[in-house]
Design a protein around this ligand. Structure first.
Ligand SMILES: Nc1ncnc2c1ncn2[C@@H]1O[C@H](COP(=O)(O)OP(=O)(O)OP(=O)(O)O)[C@@H](O)[C@H]1O
Length: 375
């Protein structure tokens, strides 16, 4: 069983020798609007070739953080370093165009009057031949060579997005900042373009900071997730760690629906209708939330008024009645009304499972899938 608190440190250090610096480092950045800390002491390190997703709900300060790194917004305190060199503090500031940072936003439009080739070549320096070579290389990588002389309006939304990516990467930026870059695309296109983008970013060895409010996008794209809330990074680490070892109830809830049992600690144990849960390190008489995801609840059929026998790993079964069942395509969602207090618990099953309303069943909660947090 997991309990509250582990503040994960992530897997960011890729040692390449004593002098290696992160490609991008921001230290203790603050930004205030109307006296309110919109970005509140944010620090991050990103290595070359690493994708970090800044993930959080709307208004938590993600875009403001990105804008400060890009240099279009000034922080009130804190420093930004690229390859160990200071590029911005409150006294000194390298202008945005000299930061070697590529930008890609949802509405980062192509120049309509320029061909695909000229769009991609826009930020490039060097001879005509050198530019042409780089344009061809990138268009080949995004599989758009055949559109090289076309104009943006002749391309689909997804194709335009890939040209925008090629354009952003053409000058070989050391860092790529992406703000919800795929949110304008329809669902079916999105997965393919995300995967292609990831492959290309890795090939170019760029350090990427991608802002998104979609957990699924972050899980799919990120080497590391920085979970942001109320201007602060509340947890940081590999997607697996952030998902399976969340630091608090809100972090669990950000990734999926949750079920919550209320209890109070007594002798490092919390009593519930599902049996006792370990609550190590939490003081007696502390109110706690026992949190678990719908996909982790176990369902058993009623056998002559009884459920399965209690076990150490799954605790005690609790009697429930099916209130509603829905098939969602990739899983079924069943809502159960619990006998013990009439509350409703959600359970998902990765197949077609549509028991009739009113049917009696028994639920158990595997202890290794639960989190106990002070309420
Ligand atoms: N120039 C500004 N003046 C005043 N408040 C601002 C300014 N820019 C941003 N804010 C406020 O700062 C907070 C954070 O905004 P920000 O755009 O960084 O959030 P976000 O996490 O990127 O949200 P979203 O996902 O909706 O884009 C919001 O409450 C926003 O209203």
């Amino acid at each position: 069983m997991s309990t509250a608190s582990p503040h994960l440190q992530g897997s960011q250090s890729v040692a390449t020798g004593p002098k290696s610096h992160p490609r991008l480092e921001i230290r203790n950045i603050h930004r205030y609007f109307d006296g309110r800390a919109v970005v509140d002491d944010v620090s991050l390190q990103i290595q070359a070739g690493q994708v970090t997703c800044l993930l959080g709900p709307s208004g938590c300060g993600k875009s403001t953080t990105l804008r400060m790194i890009a240099g279009v917004e000034m922080q009130d305190s804190g420093e930004i370093y690229v390859d160990g060199k200071l590029i911005c503090d409150t006294m000194f500031r390298v202008p945005p165009e000299r930061r070697e940072i590529g930008l890609m936003f949802q509405d980062f439009a192509l120049f309509p009057h320029l061909s695909v080739a000229d769009n991609v070549a826009f930020g490039l320096k060097g001879s005509k031949d050198e530019k042409r070579l780089r344009v061809e290389e990138l268009l080949q990588k995004v599989s758009l060579t055949r559109f090289i002389d076309d104009y943006p309006h002749q391309l689909s939304g997804g194709e335009q997005q890939r040209v925008a990516l090629a354009r952003a990467l053409a000058p070989r930026p050391r860092i790529m900042l992406m703000d919800e870059p795929f949110s304008g695309l329809d669902n079916r296109l999105r997965d393919g373009i995300r995967d292609e983008t990831l492959t290309l970013l890795k090939e170019e060895d760029t350090a990427v900071l991608l802002v998104t409010h979609e957990p699924e996008e972050a899980m799919r794209m990120a080497d590391e997730i920085a979970l942001m809330r109320g201007g602060k990074i509340v947890q940081q680490g590999a997607p697996y760690n952030v998902y399976t070892r969340p630091s608090d109830k809100a972090s669990v809830a950000f990734f999926s629906d949750i079920n919550v049992l209320k209890s109070q600690v007594n002798g490092a144990l919390a009593d519930t209708p599902f049996g006792q849960f370990l609550a190590p390190g939490i003081a007696d008489r502390t109110d706690v939330d026992i949190v678990f995801r719908p996909q982790h609840v176990r369902i058993d059929f009623d056998r002559a008024g009884k459920g399965p026998l209690p076990t150490a790993t799954d605790g005690v079964p609790a009697r429930a009645v099916v209130k509603r069942a829905r098939y969602l395509g990739h899983e079924s969602l069943v809502e159960f009304q619990m006998d013990y207090d009439g509350s409703v618990l959600k359970v998902t099953v990765p197949r077609v499972f549509l028991p009739e309303v009113g049917r009696v069943m028994w639920l158990t909660v595997p202890r290794n899938r639960c989190f106990v947090f002070p309420a």
